[in-house]
Design a protein around this ligand. Structure first.
Ligand code: URA
Length: 433
């Protein structure tokens, strides 16, 4: 077999056989294929697409490119979730302790932020002392003790995805349905959970901007997961504005804690409850989505979700005092407020541009190795549909320098549209598959 023939075959729009896909993934994993041929393959797959069978084969080859986790010795149904990536999307920090607090183990491997989308691992690392590097043995011990582990992907998990994702990121081949589906599902299958809830983001701050493409992505992932014996539910949720009000690592930790304390509601709470409820529904802990949401809400009210979050911090070396004293979390020293330049209704947000603004503050990374400013970010002051008067604050920006704040402010001004007629609000939960 020859990689050039495989690239040409895909370039010309033909179906690849399982053997050809396997040959490609093996070459990626063992380092025998050079980056330029991998990148050429990715562009051919991006442009000519892959059908369901090719995507399933790519997924399984990637899943098996490293170790597969086995958490069978942890008692009970292990539930996992994954978001396709958004802005102010802090649901994991809220739902993982809530779900664990009702007795359903959550052993979740998360990623870092890239481009406009944030990553749970970066958020956790903004907590002084918190350790995200946990090995399989430790994860089992933690899960047996507390029902919750939030950890970064181990080096051994889906090495093919690590290589492919890094190359996709720099070759304009990220937003491809088969490549996203294979990337996400290979990791989820290798991570060993019994059930997976997928949060497929749709809107101006998501890879999928249209409902139709979000549905296609969701259906492919659900089908693949079920095919290998996992319970899978996909929720398509709106990303036409930042999900929460805080964007940036320590700022998002604070908002998640406020939700767990019961002080903050809104879209972030609603999506967290919905995803969490599906996790406990598939675990058989409740009989309906509504019952699930009610139970999780109850665990906010009685403080059990927050207690579980505190337990997680202690278990993984984080300072639990941050829960009561946010001044122990980093906060960037410079602050600039963005004001409305006219009155009207907040009708549209270009959420990807808001994510870009957060990147300018230092809260996100434009390339993989870029160090982060954990205390930088943006606090949004308005949501879609809100009435605004001229001079009203729209957002507060935190960064290490005034220059960074000003750069972020330019993106924010561009991202927000104020109109004279209020537009209908986009739906938050668009569909469940
Ligand atoms: N998240 C992933 O893990 N992979 C992708 O390709 C896109 C989002």
């Amino acid at each position: 077999m020859n990689i050039v023939d495989i690239i040409i075959k895909k370039r010309d729009g033909n179906r690849l056989s399982n053997e050809e896909i396997s040959y490609f993934v093996k070459g990626v994993t063992d380092g025998s294929l050079p980056d330029y041929q991998i990148a050429a393959f990715l562009m051919a797959a991006f442009l000519k697409k892959m059908d369901a069978e090719e995507t399933a084969c790519l997924t399984m080859e990637m899943a098996q490119s490293g170790g597969m986790f086995d958490f069978s010795q942890v008692e009970g149904f292990k539930a996992d979730k994954h978001s396709t990536g958004g802005v102010a999307d802090t649901t994991t920090l809220i739902l993982a302790p809530l779900v664990a607090s009702v007795g359903v183990p959550v052993i979740k491997m998360s990623g870092r932020g890239l481009g406009f989308s944030g990553g749970t691992i970066d958020k956790l690392e903004s907590i002084p002392g918190f350790r995200v590097n946990v090995n399989e043995e430790e994860a089992i011990a933690f899960a047996e003790e507390s029902n919750i582990v939030l950890m970064s992907q181990t080096d051994d998990l889906t090495p093919a995805d690590k290589k492919l994702y890094a190359l996709r990121d720099v070759t304009g081949t990220v937003d491809s349905i088969p490549l996203i589906a294979a990337s996400i599902m290979s990791k989820k299958i290798a991570a060993g959970a019994d059930g997976i809830v997928l949060d497929v983001k749709c809107g101006s701050g998501a890879f999928m901007q249209e409902l139709e493409s979000a549905e296609t992505l969701a259906s492919i992932m659900v089908e693949m997961g079920r095919h290998v014996g996992r319970k899978v539910t996909a929720v398509i949720s709106g990303m036409d504005q930042p999900l929460g009000m805080n964007i940036g690592n320590s700022l998002e930790v604070i908002e998640a804690i406020e939700v767990l304390k019961g002080n903050v509601g809104g879209d972030l709470l609603e999506v967290s409850l919905t995803l969490g409820a599906y996790m406990i529904l598939m675990a058989g802990r409740v009989n309906s989505l509504e019952q699930g949401k009610y139970l999780l809400q109850h665990h906010i009210k009685n403080g059990m979700g927050l207690d579980k979050f505190r337990e997680l911090l202690v278990q993984q070396g984080g300072n639990p005092v941050i829960i009561d004293d946010y001044s122990l979390l980093p906060l960037a020293p410079c602050k600039v407020t963005v004001f409305a330049q006219k009155e009207g209704y907040l009708n549209h947000m270009n959420t990807a541009l808001i994510g870009r603004a957060s990147l300018e503050t230092g809260a996100g990374r434009a390339y993989k190795e870029q160090p982060l400013d954990f205390g930088a970010g943006i606090v949004m002051k308005k949501r879609l549909g809100d009435t605004v008067k001229e001079g009203d604050p729209l957002a507060e920006i935190f960064a290490a320098s005034d220059e960074k704040c000003e750069n972020a402010a330019k993106y924010l001004q561009q991202a927000i549209t104020i109109g004279i007629q209020r537009q209908p609000l986009p739906p938050l939960i668009l569909k469940t598959i």
